[in-house]
Design a binder for this molecule. Structure first.
Ligand code: PAF
Length: 274
């Protein structure tokens, strides 16, 4: 695996290829990220990963400074997963001047759910993803479904800007007890880690009720929030939405159950397709 840090090096490394298949990440990689690399590998003629902790998508009280940076371990894992080229720019490379042009995604997609609790998050994500897709000349890019709303917002951005990139969504990788893999799981204490699968369990209970024909979605969402609160979580939301665009859910549609909740000082998100 070749590792490059600058734009001229990246352009030179990409020169022989016509179809980069790209996996953008913020590093601190786990098996979920490596799945994305393995999925991307046969979808292009070169598999490119990026590692960049993007300041623009962190709120002022969020964990930009403490976000785990584990570059050496990440490189070893990427290499083992078959990655061909890693682009790991510094902030000065990707944002040589303050980023004046920003992507502003539409509020109905980006100011709900995660966007309601993390103002500006999706603008920061879209802005860096647009830049990373451009720099890496991506023709395919793979994102995890664990960040389902992120995947959907990126799909809509790519479609509306007519970017020549195919976006592929990859299933969430879970620990044996159901906890969705996430870099932020590393913040959990041992006791919190033991409790963390409750988030997935709450979504499963909700999904089972919907599959069994319960259509009182408001009540189901409230019950799931109450269940989490009783277990010591502080939920931001538990929501049933239409899978296609995260619009209001109607019985009989393909639905998505999404949740975000804080356990101690760690905020986790998860979702289930129904
Ligand atoms: O999902 C992530 O790790 C980030 O939001 C992304 C897509 C790499 C943009 O910084």
């Amino acid at each position: 695996m070749r590792i490059v840090h600058t734009l001229p090096e990246l352009a030179e490394a990409l020169q022989p290829y016509r179809h980069p298949a790209v996996v953008p990440t913020m590093g601190n990689l786990h098996e979920g990220h490596l799945d994305l690399v393995r999925i991307a590998k046969p979808l292009g003629d070169v598999q490119v990963a990026t590692i960049f902790v993007n300041r623009l998508q962190f709120g002022p009280s969020e964990d930009f400074d403490t976000y785990p940076r584990t570059f050496a371990a990440d490189c070893a894992q990427l290499e083992a997963a078959g990655c061909d080229l890693l682009f790991a720019p510094t902030e000065a490379t990707l944002y040589p001047q303050p980023q004046g042009f920003k992507v502003v995604p539409p509020p109905e997609l980006a100011d709900v759910l995660e966007g309601q609790f993390r103002p500006g998050f999706f603008s920061g994500v879209c802005t860096v993803v647009l830049k990373l897709l451009a720099c890496t000349q991506a023709r395919t890019a793979v994102f995890g479904k664990k960040d389902y709303q992120q995947l959907m917002v990126i799909r809509h951005m790519v479609a509306q800007f007519n970017l020549p990139v195919r976006i592929v969504g990859a299933d969430t990788r879970r620990a044996a007890d159901g906890l969705a893999m996430s870099s932020r799981n590393g913040y959990l204490s041992a006791a919190e880690r033991a409790q963390a699968p409750q988030l997935h369990a709450a979504l499963q209970t909700l999904a089972q009720a919907v599959r069994a024909g319960d259509s009182d979605f408001e009540a189901l969402q409230e019950q799931a929030m109450a269940q989490l609160r009783a277990q010591g979580w502080q939920p931001d939301y538990v929501a049933l939405r239409r899978q296609a665009d995260l619009g209001p859910a109607q019985p009989g549609q393909s639905l998505l159950a999404l949740a975000a909740a804080r356990l101690g000082s760690t905020r986790l998100i998860d979702n289930l397709e129904i």
